[in-house]
Write a protein that binds this ligand. Structure first.
Ligand code: 6A9
Length: 810
């Protein structure tokens, strides 16, 4: 019986036994769902770090370095993911948050390819068991006998007991090492680091006996909470002590091998941190096995072998089913690429916990109602009263493991687009986690830098969050998607106890079990409303000279927190805006985002049968559509524009053609027969403006700002906006209307251009990138940007319209 079948049979048994069986079943599904997500590589900032989704528990991480000479350890020591030339790509080749996956790290600097296979076995009362298989193979061209040292760090956050159980020989452990632990969240457990397979470095020095290399060493420590996360520092301290001890006795010309020098003292015992060291020559392999006592019998290496195989098979099957790539992307090279892009997105999901810095001074200057508001706000920031708040917790994926290993609000909505196809329940969990960080006013911090470890990566001036700063509400895209899938699932037969369990696992219980799906919507709806009202209250634009129809006068918006050159809150940092900034300006992209929220709320309120809200929201939506036209459309330029006040304090449009000019189209607020749509498609398809062989440029080639200054959002190609464009083009290509042919032609070309761009760059560099160069297609800025760039898998899975006739031609 498969794992899923097991829990389903438990759930069904409970479900039929009770009178209100349906809700007990629902509760049981919820519990199992939660349990199957309990453990994971939820420290995505490090190459391999396992932890549970709970603040206090056991967590572990892997470190390694080549050790053929004394010096290379400094450069070659790996723990946190870093950008640079030292790796030809790394990351998850396969990953499923319910079962596990395989990661490969092509470590050029250390001449070794390391794979970390991770598997979970659910069961028991404490989130089940897991195992990691760490394997190393010298890279092609490297000597077969290179020496590698590895450190596995095992730490216990908060209260709990943890101690080495196995007794060592005089020089360490020739075999397995077992630790025993207990804590409130994990119950009783054991963690075994196996002896593994592989040769050990030679030791022909007179130190050979004392500094053998064929044993495993364990050093146990009791560290203060503030040092526990500083893993590398802890190991370096031990290494330094080990080197000192030897330095004392030996001369330069009589020095022992580096792999004998860098051997930490074996000092096993009790503590909240344990460093386990292994040395290998050439290939190696060993396992780390965590067995939860309530989960049943301890796992063995042969269990691990079986689980890895099964996990890989399940991943392959599910991948081809969920992301069924369409022509011209059916080849096996695209399959491998797609798996890697997706697995890295999902494998980047992390659990974060800790305090964050928020400035709740609500200083007067932050009101931005003065003409020189941006200076006032800067002054206020200079003397701000920011304070630590929390602890918060956040379960989220991250834009980039090496550079931005933390949650970003508007990135997350895009991350969850591919993830929700794969695992809707996980996506819904992530959405819930984000909404749990929302305050009573309805504000969600844009960037979540939780705890010491996360803050250590961010310069002080970027750490503070302001409760009047917004960021595009892209999580609504996920809810929309969920609604649509729920509708489809309902249409194809209501999910019941009987239909549950026919699939292999828990990825979409919220879709299969209608009760669960609806209760999710009912619970999240008031939170969505609160966030919506926060936008409407705090980001309202001032329509001074605008005295047309009163009903729509509220629906105009302005991002708070912009400066002369940047509007970080919009997400499009340096995209040109009206200059100089003024409190009288209105931002078209923000109005479009509010439109997206409104439209979603109409749908959700409708599904939940809240007629009053439907009527309200429809009125707002009408006003937004009206004002997009009235306040932001330029007939002369043929696109949407930001607005500001001219010298006579009159409404005037400021048009910088690019992503902002097509935003109402991108978020789905246009209709097939709208004549404005034709103009927007012309702009999008014009190679002298936005269209390029590599994707849609962020700014028109004709703009005076094209490619200038920082050039972050002033020409480069960004995947999230391009994904929205492809999606809308597909929609208009398949609806009847005067622009369907044009939309189809653009859809076919843009889809190919985007996939080829990301694929070619990946092939060449081994990485996904933050953005792509509009002249060359080369990936640029942040390396290993496996966040929204991974949307390319959705694009490959979209319909191939080549050779298909449009609706109107049939
Ligand atoms: C600065 C540097 C170690 C910028 O992907 C996250 C965001 C997007 O939301 C946004 O739209 N990126 C885009 O314009 C990256 C932001 C990084 C800010 C961190 C501190 C830390 O150096």
């Amino acid at each position: 019986m498969g794992r899923l079948a097991q829990w389903v049979s438990v759930a069904l048994a409970i479900g039929t036994a009770a009178a209100d069986g349906e809700s007990i079943l629902t509760a049981e599904i919820g519990r199992q769902n939660n349990q199957s997500l309990f453990w994971g590589p939820y420290k995505p900032n490090v190459y391999f770090g396992v932890r549970p989704r709970t603040p206090e528990g056991l967590w572990t991480g892997l470190m390694w370095s080549k050790v053929d000479d004394y010096g290379e350890v400094q450069q070659g020591f790996r723990y946190t993911c870093e950008q640079g030339e030292h790796a030809h790509g790394y990351g998850w080749d396969e990953f499923d948050a319910r079962h596990g996956g395989i990661q490969t790290i092509h470590d050029k600097g250390n001449s070794i390819d390391i794979t970390t296979s991770f598997v979970k076995v659910t069961g028991g009362e404490h989130g089940g068991s897991w195992a990691a298989r760490i394997k190393g193979v010298p890279r092609d061209g490297a000597p077969k006998d290179i020496n590698t040292m590895l450190y596995y760090y095992i730490a216990q956050d908060g209260d709990g007991e943890l101690a080495v159980e196995t007794a060592p020989t005089e020089f360490g452990y020739p075999g397995d090492v077992a630790l025993k632990g207990n804590s409130k969240s994990l119950g009783d457990y054991t963690l075994v680091v196996t002896e593994g397979k592989g040769k050990h470095p030679t030791t022909d020095h007179d130190l050979a006996k004392r500094r053998k290399t064929d044993t495993t060493l364990v050093h146990s420590l009791q560290l203060p909470e503030s040092e526990l996360w500083q893993t590398k520092a802890a190991v370096f301290k031990l290494l330094q002590a080990a080197a000192m001890e030897i330095q004392h006795d030996y001369e330069e010309d009589n020095a022992p091998f580096p792999w004998q020098v860098y051997r930490i003292a074996n000092n096993p015992g009790a503590g909240n941190a344990h460093v386990v060291q292994k040395n290998f020559q050439g290939e190696f392999e060993f396992d780390v096995i965590f067995s939860s006592a309530s989960g049943g019998k301890q796992l063995t290496s042969s269990d691990v072998t079986r689980e890895i195989k099964q996990t890989s098979e399940l991943f392959g099957q599910r991948f081809s089913k969920i992301f069924d790539f369409k022509a011209p992307f059916e080849g096996s090279k695209y399959l491998k690429f797609g798996k890697s892009m997706f697995a890295n997105l999902l494998g980047g999901v992390g659990y974060f916990h800790g305090e964050q810095i928020i400035d709740r001074s609500y200083a007067e200057e932050y009101e931005e109602d003065d003409e020189r508001f941006w200076e006032g706000a800067a002054e206020a920031r200079a003397r701000q009263k920011a304070a630590l708040e929390g602890p918060y917790e956040l379960f989220t994926s991250v834009p980039s493991r090496p550079f931005f290993p933390r949650g970003f609000l508007w990135d997350e909505g895009f991350h969850l687009m591919p993830i929700s196809d794969w695992d809707m329940d996980l996506a819904l969990d992530v959405v819930k986690s984000w909404y749990n960080t929302m305050d009573d006013d309805g504000w969600i911090p844009r960037e979540q830098i939780l705890g010491h470890e996360a803050r250590s990566k961010v310069p002080a001036e970027f750490q503070i969050q302001y409760p009047h700063y917004a960021n595009p509400p892209t999580l609504f895209l996920v809810i929309e998607d969920f609604m649509e899938q729920l509708r489809k699932a309902n249409g194809s037969g209501k999910a019941t106890k009987e239909t549950l369990g026919q699939e292999d696992d828990l990825h979409d219980a919220h879709l299969k079990n209608t009760e669960l799906g609806e209760s999710y919507l009912r619970n999240i709806y008031p939170l969505l409303q609160r966030q919506y009202q926060w936008f409407r209250r705090t980001q309202r634009g001032d329509i001074k000279t605008y005295d047309r129809e009163a009903f729509s006068s509220r629906e105009a918006y302005r991002w708070r927190g912009r400066t002369e050159t940047h509007c970080l809150t919009s997400g499009l940092d340096d995209y040109p805006r009206p200059s100089p900034p003024s409190p009288g300006e209105l931002h078209v992209d923000l109005l479009a985002w509010v439109g997206l929220m409104t439209k979603s709320l109409v749908n959700i309120a409708d599904a939940l049968g809240i007629a009053e809200d439907v009527a309200d929201m429809e009125k707002n939506l009408e006003a937004i559509e009206h004002n997009l036209n009235d306040l932001h459309w330029s007939e002369k330029e043929g696109c949407f524009c930001d607005a500001s006040l001219d010298d006579f304090e009159e409404h005037t449009l400021v048009c910088h053609k690019g992503y902002i000019s097509i935003m109402p189209f991108l978020v789905g607020l246009m209709k097939p027969k709208d004549p404005k749509l034709g103009r927007i498609l012309d702009l999008l398809g014009d190679e002298e403006h936005l269209f390029s062989p590599y994707g849609i440029r962020s700014l028109s080639k004709q703009s005076e700002f094209y490619g200038t200054e920082e050039n972050y959002w002033r020409s480069p190609i960004w995947m999230p906006m391009n994904y929205l464009a492809v999606k809308q083009l597909h929609y208009f290509a398949t609806q009847s209307g005067p622009h369907s042919q044009k939309a189809r032609d653009l859809y076919i070309r843009l889809r190919k251009n985007l996939v080829n761009t990301v694929y070619n760059s990946w092939k060449e560099t081994g990485f996904a990138w933050e953005q792509y160069n509009p002249e060359t297609g080369a990936g640029q800025r942040t390396q290993h940007f496996t966040g929204w760039t991974s949307l390319v898998v959705k694009i490959m899975a979209m319909e191939d319209l080549e050779g298909k006739k449009s609706r109107d031609e049939l």
